[in-house]
Design a protein around this ligand. Structure first.
Ligand SMILES: N[C@@H](CCC(=O)N[C@@H](CS)C(=O)NCC(=O)O)C(=O)O
Length: 202
């Protein structure tokens, strides 16, 4: 029997963060599909699981429902190599996860959702133009950091990398050209070489 349940929309990068962490940590879990394009995360039943009407939601072994991908990552990574023990490093993990949610995901993930999931590029043309420079600004911040570091915190792989990798490696699906981001590309390759790495499609 699985300890964890994951309520998810499979192509979502936020949901993929949890699947990647589960695989790297060797955890077993049950997947429960929620089709957000059909409003399934906004039903009365689902709002009891997450009042904010969004996936992913991680159900823990003792039945608690934990929304917010990065909170779920933290829960899974507790007491593992994916979360550093040092106080400063833990704060830096949080720093990059906050960056991901405020300065990265709203631009890169949303563009990808409109283009690649909803196939509605024309309908969202104006909004996409507004998102584009902000998405590139986030990529520039990452590239600058990765020029001098192997990973985001303490030069070792942590959940900060998982949080940022999820939507960055599919940013091209949101219309972002990654060709000039060589440090980000090298970081992709380091992550993709990790034992038990899984792709977003699985
Ligand atoms: N901050 C949240 C964002 C969650 C989120 O935006 N989920 C999207 C899919 S990636 C969703 O469920 N959208 C459906 C809706 O808003 O109805 C997280 O990191 O988990």
């Amino acid at each position: 029997m699985s300890t964890y349940k994951l309520y998810e929309f499979a192509t979502s990068g936020n949901c993929y963060k949890i699947r990647l962490a589960m695989s790297l940590l060797g955890f077993d879990y049950e997947r429960i599909a929620v089709d957000i394009t059909k409003g399934e995360s906004r039903t009365e039943a689902f709002l009891k699981i997450n009042a904010n009407g969004r996936v992913p939601v991680l159900q823990t072994g003792d039945g608690h429902c934990l929304p917010e991908s990065n909170a779920a990552l933290w829960y899974l990574a507790y007491d593992s190599d994916l979360l550093p023990e040092e106080r400063l490093h833990q704060a830096q993990v949080l720093q990059w996860m906050c960056f991901e949610q405020y300065s990265h995901e709203p631009f890169i993930a949303t563009s990808r959702y409109w283009i690649a999931i909803l196939n509605a590029e024309d309908e969202y043309k104006t909004q996409l133009e507004e998102k584009r420079p902000k998405g590139y600004a986030a990529l520039d911040v990452m590239e600058r950091h990765l020029k001098d570091h192997e990973f985001f915190v303490g030069d070792r792989f942590t959940i900060a990398d998982i949080a940022l990798y999820a939507y960055t490696h599919v940013a091209h699906e949101g219309g972002f050209d990654l060709a000039s981001y060589s440090a980000i590309d090298a970081w992709f390759k380091r992550i993709e070489a990790l034992p038990n790495y899984v792709t977003i499609e699985q």
